[in-house]
Design a protein around this ligand. Sequence first.
Ligand SMILES: Nc1ncnc2c1ncn2[C@@H]1O[C@H](COP(=O)(O)OP(=O)(O)OP(=O)(O)O)[C@@H](O)[C@H]1O
Length: 249
Amino acid sequence: MAEPVLQINELVKNFGALRATDGVTLDLRPGEIHALIGPNGAGKSTLIHQICGTLRQDSGTIRLAGVDIGALSTADRARRGLGRTFQVSSLVSEFSALRNVMLAVQAKQATSFGFFRPVMRDVSLIEPAMAILERLGLAHRARLPAAELSHGERRQLEIAITLALQPKAFLLDEPMAGMGLEGSKALTLFLDGLRQEAPILLVEHDMDAVFTLADRVSVLVYGRIIATGTAGEIRRDPAVRTAYLGDRA
Ligand SMILES: Nc1ncnc2c1ncn2[C@@H]1O[C@H](COP(=O)(O)OP(=O)(O)OP(=O)(O)O)[C@@H](O)[C@H]1O
C-alpha cells in the first residue's frame, strides 16, 4: 500500500477535564478523499486545529510526507504543504478575487524561489491565478472585491487560494456549508477531481457529499474514532448508526 501523505497517531487534546480528542489515529493516502464525520462537539474542529497547528496537541504525532510537523508553527506547516480552508474566511475582502489568488500564487513562488515582487505589477501572476479561478468557475467574478462575492463564491475562492499553494494534502473544513443545492453539486464535482492533485481530509456535515465523494469515512464520537471504512461499510455499521447516522444512512 502507498505511504500515507498525512499520518496522525494517537492525538490527544484536553480542555481542562474535557478530552476533546482522545487518541485519534488516522491517515490520508495518495489520491483519496477521507471524510471525517461525527455529531456536533465530537472534536472534528479540534482535530483540524491540531493538524494545522492552531492548537497544540497534548500528546501524539502528526507526520506530513514522512516528516514530523507536530511542533511546527501553522505557517511552517503550510509551507511544508498542508493546504487548509477555514470555517472562518481568510480572504482579504477589499481585494479582488483575482488579487487574492495572485497573492497565493506569489506566496508559493516566493517559497519556491525565495523572493517577492509587487503583486499587481507582476503580470506573470495573472495567468496562473486566472487559470485557477477558471477551474473553480469564478473567472467571470475575477475583478470583483471578495466582499461582493456571494457566500458560496467566497468559499470557492478560499479553495482557489489553497489550490494556488499546491499543497501535498488538503484539509477542508465544511466546504459545503451555506453553498445551496446547486453550489454543493458543483463543488462536489470539483472536489471529485481535486483528489488527483492531492488527497483531501474532508470534514463535512453534508452526508450526500460525504457518501458521494469519500473513498473512506472515519466517524468521530466523543473524541474517539469509532469506525473507519468505505461509505457502504460506514452506512451499515451498527455502532455508527446508533451514535450518529440513525436514519440518515
Ligand atoms: N477552546 C476550547 N476550550 C474548551 N473547550 C473546547 C474548546 N474548543 C472546543 N471545546 C470543546 O471540545 C469539544 C469538541 O469541540 P469541537 O468544536 O472540536 O467539535 P466539532 O466536532 O468540531 O463540532 P461541530 O460539528 O459543532 O463543529 C466540545 O465539547 C467543545 O465544547
